[in-house]
Design a protein around this ligand. Structure first.
Ligand SMILES: [Zn+2]
Length: 241
């Protein structure tokens, strides 16, 4: 069994790259095992296709050094925070037994993001209840498992973060992982294709501006921000930045 330290559960392939890939790279460099389970294949995306995005997701997973990346193939745009989908997310959480889950922003411009956040939060709690039965790929009953923390990254809407993580050393690699999604972001060879909110050259400037604004708050160049439904603590005051 592959046990992960951090499991990132986000709805569209590329959300995690935008929201938390710097933090992921940093923790992998520290020796942690990190994997992504994308909830959908992003098949409603204006540009590209599910197949193209699958290749892009695989390329990005290599850049990031993920231990695993899989896809639950829930219906993009139409999944719900319902028992049917919760059971699938619960099975993924129990499969990898992560200490920490990272998921989408709790509210955002794209309604899938907030809905994914609710689905993952509910599933992370329910995964700890042993009377909810789920089965692994071999048909074996899975053990109950509840992560210690569920953190939410920040996407399009500005949300005041609860914590910030310095990702300065991993900035270039983060950008490289984002551009692995050549169908989604600015790409001169896709000129003539429909343009979207995220495909303009300015979009990446906004990503950089956000990371730089968060970084300024803790006197570093770039940072990623996260929120949590639970109040978070630190061991001692000198671990605060
Ligand atoms: Zn998204």
């Amino acid at each position: 069994m592959l046990k992960l330290d951090i499991l990132v559960l986000s709805v569209h392939p590329d959300d995690a790259e935008l929201g938390c890939s710097g933090t992921v790279l940093k923790h992998i460099a520290m020796g942690n095992k990190v994997g992504f389970v994308d909830l959908t294949r992003g098949e409603l995306g204006t540009r590209g296709s599910a197949e193209i995005r699958e290749q892009e997701a695989t390329a990005s997973a290599k850049i990031l050094g993920l231990a695993v990346r899989e896809n639950l193939e829930l219906p993009d745009g139409f999944f719900e925070n319902s028992k049917e989908y919760q059971l699938k997310v619960i099975a993924a959480i129990r499969k990898y037994q992560p200490a920490i889950i990272i998921t989408n922003a709790y509210h955002d411009r794209h309604p899938d993001h907030g809905r994914a956040n609710e689905l993952v939060e509910a599933s992370a709690f329910l995964a700890g209840l042993r009377k909810i039965e789920t089965y692994d790929d071999q048909g074996e009953l899975q053990e109950a498992w509840r992560p210690q923390h569920v953190l939410h990254f920040i996407q399009d809407n500005y949300i005041r973060p609860d914590i910030l993580i310095d990702i300065t050393d991993y900035w270039d690699k983060k950008i490289e992982s984002i551009y692995a999604f050549g169908s989604q972001f600015y790409n001169p060879s896709w000129e003539g294709e429909p343009q979207t909110y995220i495909s303009s050259p300015e979009f990446i400037n906004v990503v950089a501006a956000r990371a730089s604004e968060f970084g300024k708050s803790i006197q570093v160049k770039y940072a990623e921000g996260f929120t949590s439904r639970k109040i978070l603590g630190v061991d001692n005051l000198f671990n605060l930045k």
